[in-house]
Ligand binder design. Structure first.
Ligand SMILES: O=P(O)(O)OC[C@H]1O[C@H](O[C@H]2O[C@H](CO)[C@@H](O)[C@H](O)[C@H]2O)[C@H](O)[C@@H](O)[C@@H]1O
Length: 247
């Protein structure tokens, strides 16, 4: 059944709000491989001006690790809060990253995933601070097998199977982007300001839910689907254009 479409976000949505931004598929277009995304000069320039415009109430909230996000955005996000690993890592602006220990069981999973797909260069096994992902964008026919493999390790080791765009990740349980946004909303500079969360992927849905519960809203980037977002824009370019005009 087709879902009823959502309107674009209104002008003024960011007035007095806290802004929480997903990375892949929201700030940068998806690429064939995880290390293939391109962060252009215009994105750096746009991000650099956000802390002043939003009273410091701006955060990146990614499924990637904080370390990976720093690798792409570097000094540009010096004054941002950064959430990584689907909510498991949190670094307040100017602070240090709070992150749990890496479960030892992830190392065994890493080995098993690499062994299974070692002879297929189309598959990328992404080793992350608190997870390990199988990317099958280059070989969509292995989707079911990759999901079954990750599901088996998740059940055996009490971890979570996190589905994403052409990938499945084994990650720590007990947190998500929503829990991280709720944590940031407890303290300055976000406390008392409605959160606006912008994302494109399934891992972003808990963030959309928490934004709405805190009196804010989610913005879905991409085609309409089942979502807790209140607004939608077609793609990364449309969102960056909206952000240029509204922040
Ligand atoms: O929460 P995000 O910041 O959106 O990160 C989600 C995942 O993004 C990356 O994978 C996705 O983007 C890749 C590069 O464009 C693409 O090749 C892949 O198919 C996508 O799933 C990243 O590699 C993952 O670790 C993130 O969890």
């Amino acid at each position: 059944m087709p879902y009823q479409d959502l309107p674009p976000p209104p002008a003024g949505l960011l007035d007095d709000a806290g802004l929480f931004l997903d990375f892949d598929g929201t700030l940068v277009d998806l690429a064939d491989r995880p290390d293939g995304v391109v962060v252009g000069d215009s994105l750096h320039a746009l991000l650099r001006r956000l802390p002043d415009r939003l009273g410091g109430r701006v955060a990146i909230v990614s499924g990637r690790s904080v370390e990976q996000i720093d690798g792409f955005l570097g000094d540009t996000i010096r004054d941002f809060a950064v959430v990584g690993s689907h909510g498991a890592e949190i670094r307040p602006a100017g602070g240090t990253t709070l992150l749990p220990d890496r479960p030892a069981s992830l190392t065994a999973a890493e080995r098993a995933f690499k062994d299974r797909f070692a002879d297929d260069p189309r598959i990328v096994i992404e080793i992350k601070t608190l997870g390990v992902a199988i990317h099958y964008r280059g070989a969509p026919e292995v989707e079911q097998e990759a999901h079954a493999l990750v599901d088996a390790f998740a059940q055996r080791d009490g971890l979570t199977a996190q589905a994403g765009k052409m990938m499945i990740e084994l990650r720590m349980a007990g947190h998500d982007k929503g829990t991280a946004i709720a944590t940031l909303c407890e303290d300055a500079p976000f406390a008392g300001h409605a959160p606006v969360f912008v994302g494109d992927d399934l891992t972003d849905e808990p963030g959309m839910v928490v934004a709405a519960h805190h009196g804010g809203a989610g913005i879905l980037i991409g085609p309409m689907r089942d979502t807790a977002a209140a607004y939608r824009l077609d793609d990364v370019a449309a969102f960056l254009d909206w952000l240029e005009k509204n922040a």
